[in-house]
Write a protein that binds this ligand. Sequence first.
Ligand code: ADP
Ligand code: MG
Length: 294
Amino acid sequence: MSIPIDDLLKRLHLANARRVWKHLVQHAETEKWSYEHFLATLVAEEVAHRQQTRLTRVARSARFPFLKTVDEFDFTLQSSLRMNMLGSCLSPDFVTDGRSLILMGKPGRGKTHLAIAIAYKAIQNGFDALFTTAAALIDELSRASREGRLQQALVPYLQPQVLVCDEVGYLSYGPDAANVLFHVVNERSLKKRSMIFTTNKPLKSWGRVLHDPDLADAIVDRILERGRLIVLDGPSYRTKHIELDDPSPAEDGQSGAIISGMAAPSFPEPTGFWVTRVPGLSRHVLRCDESVDS
Ligand code: ADP
Ligand code: MG
């Protein structure tokens, strides 16, 4: 009696196993694999496929304007920021401890790049993230507040485990800017949810930018309660070829990674990768401790 393997795998929603099992059987026979090795490879392929699917789905829903990783960041352009200073931001603890980050520097120093890279690492670590600009967040929430639906409008900014709020510093925000941003920061801080801000302005100028110095102080205070300020310097990456820039630190003279609030533990990059490769199949890299869903 022949067993309808394809149908059974379909019923179990094992789409990848259904796609690869015949090829794997052939390979196992030629290579004289044990039953255990065959089963382990089939299951590992399914898990790897699901992880890749999840990564693509969650990264898409994060709405990054571009995708960059820490590996693509050239630290030689930075005078004092080093890869090991970011170690703790790349570990799962960054999210589970609800830590935050403010990346400060002039344009083109890689603030948005690093914010995306850290959020993407969190996604790889099994969490979810949302990227927004401060302008978009403030515009949307100010409108919602005027229309009496602020609480509902806040939800998408409170739920993701990591929120990237890019470009605090442009002077065109409406009068309600500090108020709506405070709602987001305060509620996320109470829920111990991570936030990553980028800014081209020293923290003491946030009051002017947000039109309310007291609320701006309260915002910064909550972000740095479990957060760090990292100042990016060096030349602008966008225009470094024409040597336009003065490679001096940010406006307020702060340089390098400034630690505020808590001390900065220096965790190494999480490793724990499991690599499996079968000729004819895609190569997958699995994180052993990553949660898996489809
Ligand atoms: P910022 O947000 O500080 O204005 P971005 O992060 O948008 O700057 O960087 C501008 C461009 O330059 C992006 O394509 C980014 O990937 C690249 N870039 C900036 N700094 C670096 C760096 N140190 N190493 C590699 N690429 C960088
Ligand atoms: Mg930017």
